[in-house]
Design a protein around this ligand. Sequence first.
Ligand SMILES: Cc1cc2nc3c(=O)[nH]c(=O)nc-3n(C[C@H](O)[C@H](O)[C@H](O)COP(=O)(O)OP(=O)(O)OC[C@H]3O[C@@H](n4cnc5c(N)ncnc54)[C@H](O)[C@@H]3O)c2cc1C
Length: 336
Amino acid sequence: MANKSVIVVGGGIVGCLTAMQLRKQGHTVTLVERNIVAAQTSGESSWAGAGIAFPLLPWFYQDVVNELALAGARAYPAVSAELFAETGIDPECTRSGMLIRPPFDRQQAIAWCHRFGLEVIQQGQDLLIPEVVQIRNPRLLQSLKAWLIKHGVTLREQTQLMPLQEGASSIKHWQTTSGEILSADVFVVTSGAWSFELLKQTALSLDIKPMRGQMLLYQMLPGLLPHILYRDGFYMLQRRDGHLLAGSSLEDVGFDTGVTDSMREEMLQKAEAMLPELKGQPIVKHWSGLRPGTPHNIPTIGRHPQIENLYLNTGHFRYGVTMAPECARRIAVLLA
Ligand SMILES: Cc1cc2nc3c(=O)[nH]c(=O)nc-3n(C[C@H](O)[C@H](O)[C@H](O)COP(=O)(O)OP(=O)(O)OC[C@H]3O[C@@H](n4cnc5c(N)ncnc54)[C@H](O)[C@@H]3O)c2cc1C
């Protein structure tokens, strides 16, 4: 495809990485975001996530999920280094490794790691997968934003697109909620949990709904938690400056972006049980985000079946951070 004007709808990690890839391909790219890119405003998933670039117990997922996740995860060290070199903002891609505590099926886990070419080390009852990296989501978003601006991507923040109306076989214009008309050759929807609302008149079978996740943040001395620690649906990880995240919940509560005392207490109990050093430590922050929930965690990456210049890159559910570099690459290949 010759160079086109492209509008990317949604400025989370998926949208920013998609915009970056398309810009690198030479397209003229506009990123439209109803809020502010890289800010925590109202439930966007990308700011809220933990930034573990790996599925939790990947052996429970279909290969297609793990292929996207591993390809994305393996791209992060280079993506992060490039962003740091170009913007001076370090997304802090760190090879922490993931330590998995029982209960889990040891044989199944080891067999899966061998099949996907991952080193796995047994430490007593635990399993360590050293290759797993973490990324600091808010920093990643800030560096992506800086990269996009530096490379001439137009950012249209505080600009919300209206739900698309059915009927056309291609789109020339898309209206914003303030009545403005935006035009492009190609549109890519990367609107996370809001994608179905945006497309429901044209994509009835798109199965995406918000799934809330709450998270707790502590400030501890750096080096307390050398690995990402996982046990029985709950995880903790520490950033380089000592900030320690513990989470997360998985709640089907629609677009409610609130946090609850009961979940705070439940997560606090789990965190203290896994890491007794947290007892009595204050919680620095407690937040939530809305994941773009999909059956079996399978995203939709491709061209709309009826609208020839509309593409979708959405529905990454629990692993959108992990998958984003690979999914952005695939969209760029499709457009090419
Ligand atoms: C607590 C929690 C922990 C998580 N941990 C991890 C993890 O460790 N690893 C991992 O890989 N994933 C994790 N995830 C999941 C991951 O965060 C998501 O899959 C990913 O961020 C989805 O990115 P996105 O860009 O599609 O969505 P979002 O970040 O939600 O971005 C969508 C954007 O579209 C904008 N938008 C919506 N509608 C419109 C419109 N009409 N017009 C313009 N803009 C619009 C929104 O404002 C938003 O900014 C976690 C999520 C949560 C909530």
